[in-house]
Design a binder for this molecule. Structure first.
Ligand SMILES: [Zn+2]
Length: 326
């Protein structure tokens, strides 16, 4: 796995109100050594009519919007943190034919742009439409390269009873639909802050995206989470701050907690032996939300850790290993 992202391609261009203009782009190193691109609008935003001056009031010039990306190279099942600073009141990001609304953060409007496991590698445009306070719109654009991830195969064996009762395709589909109905919601609030935490210490037993061969079947699908083995009862903590939106027993994932981090980003914790939080409860990063267990479709005590942005399941480890650039 690449440690830190090496940006080989730096290009940024901006367009305002349909008039494309290529402007200077900068590339600065963040505190952790990762690169970020900055796109600036250098022209005045919107029409500038003769201002009406009131006594004692100075007109405040708008701060031009600026596009900041966490990385220009992102792996399949990774995510790019897309931020727009300056005076913007909202907007949406388009990438790979999908659109995501911006959410107001502490110092910018942002969203996590997901790359699906099957999205095509190569260069793709990120296009951000922003709404400006003066009623006009602006467009910011940059190129992001999707890098391929090599998936491994996980060979699993389940008992006849487990496969008969738990691998019922309808049961699996119903549970996925339930989780997806949560994961696609965008709460326009930034609950999360700072770095993402590993929820439990233990051995990595199955990576995100691993294809599965169950009882000798051909490898298929992509494992939707990261499996970390630990002793039953080991405390599991929230990877970041958020709102608990699910805390109940499911058939496949056993006792599960889902946390909404705001802006369309969620984390899920499955196969818990016990649940320590309730739906509707606010949690802080590092707060204990339950304990490692072996409930649901599981072959040993472990945590199945999911991350999802805008309904797309992502590799949770990329939130902690720096490869997403944040
Ligand atoms: Zn798993």
């Amino acid at each position: 796995m690449a440690g830190g992202s090496r940006i080989s391609r730096r290009r940024a261009l901006a367009a305002l109100a349909g008039m494309a203009l290529v402007v200077g782009s900068g590339c600065s190193a963040g505190a952790d050594g990762t690169a970020e691109v900055t796109t600036r609008l250098v022209t005045p935003v919107g029409p500038s009519p003769t201002p009406t001056l009131a006594p004692g009031v100075s007109p405040t010039p708008l701060v031009p919007p600026e596009l900041v990306l966490s990385t220009l190279e992102v792996y399949q099942a990774g995510a790019v943190l897309v931020s727009v600073t300056g005076d913007v009141i909202g907007g949406q990001v388009e990438f790979l034919g999908r659109r995501y609304p911006l959410t107001k953060g502490s110092q910018s409007q942002y969203t996590f742009v997901p790359v699906d496991s099957e999205d095509p590698p190569g260069a793709h445009e990120v296009v951000v439409d922003v709404r400006l306070p003066n009623g006009t719109r602006g467009k910011l654009q940059a190129t992001v390269t999707v890098l391929p991830t090599a998936w491994t195969v996980d060979y699993l064996a389940f008992s006849d009873e487990q496969t008969a009762t738990l691998l019922d395709p309808q049961v699996v589909a119903d549970e996925l639909a339930l989780l997806r109905s949560l994961y696609v919601k965008v709460t326009p609030v930034k609950f999360w802050s700072g770095p993402w935490l590993i929820p439990v210490n233990g051995a990595l037993t199955a990576r995100f995206g691993e294809q599965r061969s169950i009882n000798g079947s051909a490898p298929s699908g992509h494992h939707g989470g990261t499996d970390i083995a630990a002793e039953e009862g080991t405390p599991v903590v929230a990877t970041n701050a958020g709102m608990v939106v699910l805390a109940r027993e499911l058939k496949v994932r056993g006792n599960m907690v889902v946390i909404d981090h705001g802006g369309g980003l969620y984390s899920g914790y499955a196969h818990l032996s016990s649940i320590a939080v309730a739906e509707g409860e606010r949690v802080e990063a590092g707060q204990v939300i339950g304990a490692v267990g072996n409930t649901g479709l599981s072959t040993g005590a472990h945590l199945h850790w999911e991350m999802a942005a805008h309904g797309i399941l992502l590799d949770a480890l990329r939130f902690v290993d720096g490869t997403n650039g944040f």
